[in-house]
Write a protein that binds this ligand. Structure first.
Ligand code: TYM
Length: 328
């Protein structure tokens, strides 16, 4: 076991989390807190969330909802620090310092920036461009060695490594170069447009939230696109449903995959079986979430406690980086 491992990851508070967030990231976070207790830092990245149009009245509720999802999914505040990014001011401060060593050209080449620029034509702000620098600051402040994310974040991780290298080279060694940690569900696709990743910014019918009511799961899956692929292969929609099935019922996933190779697969059976299994799989999650929602004070206290743990590490690293850069 790597005793020096330090894990950091973050999720934007933009509403309830969906299956992509869970299978690509959160499920892995829970496994890592058990593998590396007291070495995991999990962050609700509210400063990132404001780079897209948002309603200030909803920000706090969204942070709370994300915290509920974290805890209901099994994150344990006794093993991992769970905190709110904006409550640890060193994130913004280090981001500023790192901005000064990050070439604009690299930021302009980021796929997510290019996609968001197309999506929010009336809201192309500097924060959107600098988003990956803030993400680098999130990671480097904790000297993280491992970052559990979905595959859409891998390019940002590469940039983080470049920034770390450049900083160490220019000012002296401070930051380790973090590695991404991906799962098999690193790219869960939209139910309605399975060539695109599942995303909260699409229509509600294209994703399943973790607390989704079983009847709604059924209705959404009924309408999921499962067009046949070329040359007898499974299409991207059916492949995506099988990837999800591998988590909730691996034996059934094998069975349906076998049916598919024999040309016997019935998509309606696949969908209904998956709906039942997803409903069962997330039943304890829904129950825990309901219980926690009834105890908001406990949830805010846990976040405060996590924030204090995060601050201790963040302030020490920030001091070190600032001194290396010549500040008093
Ligand atoms: P965000 O909030 O968009 O997504 C949170 C996590 O969920 C993963 N994810 C997916 N995985 C598989 N399939 C999908 N369809 C899918 N959609 C989302 C994302 O890869 C991510 O791991 N920039 C980050 C947040 C962030 C961060 C960080 C992450 C800020 N600072 C520091 C790691 C470390 C983001 O936008 O995630």
């Amino acid at each position: 076991m790597n005793r020096d491992a330090r894990i950091l990851s973050g999720i934007q508070p933009t509403g309830k989390l969906h299956l992509g967030n869970y299978l690509g990231a959160l499920k892995n976070w829970v496994a890592l807190q058990d593998e590396f207790p007291h070495a995991c830092y999990y962050c609700i990245v509210d400063l990132h969330a404001i780079t897209a149009p948002y309603d200030p009245k909803e920000l706090k509720t969204n942070v709370f909802d994300t915290a509920l999802d974290f805890l209901a999914a099994g994150l344990d505040p006794d093993k991992a620090a769970i905190f709110i990014q904006s409550q640890v001011s060193e994130h913004s401060e280090l981001a500023w310092l790192l901005n000064t060593i990050t070439p604009i050209g690299m930021l302009e080449r980021m796929t997510q920036y290019k996609d968001k620029k197309k999506k929010h034509v009336d809201h192309i702000n500097a924060g959107l461009l600098n988003y990956p620098v803030l993400m680098a600051a999130d990671i480097l402040l904790y000297k993280a060695t491992m970052v559990p994310v979905g595959d859409d974040q891998v390019q940002h991780l590469e940039l983080t490594r470049e920034i770390a290298r450049k900083f160490n080279h220019s000012f002296g060694d401070v930051f380790p170069e973090p590695e991404p940690r991906l799962t098999r569900g690193a790219r869960i696709m939209s139910l309605l447009a399975p060539d695109n990743k599942m995303s909260k910014s699409d229509t509600e019918k294209s994703y399943i939230t973790l607390d989704e009511d079983p009847e709604r799961i059924k209705n959404k899956l009924k309408k999921a696109v499962t067009d046949a692929g070329t040359s007898g292969e499974l299409g991207p929609g059916a492949k995506n449903l099988l990837t999800i099935m591998e988590v909730v019922d691996p034996d059934a996933a094998d069975r349906f995959a076998k049916d598919a190779t024999e040309g016997q697969i019935r998509y309606s059976d696949l969908k209904m079986h998956l709906a039942d299994k997803l409903g069962e799989y997330f039943a304890p999650f829904r129950e825990r979430r309901r219980e926690l929602a009834a105890r908001p004070d406990t949830v805010w206290e846990l976040l405060l406690d996590g924030t204090q743990q995060a601050r201790r590490i963040a302030s020490a690293t920030f001091k070190e980086a600032k001194e290396k850069m010549g500040f008093i």
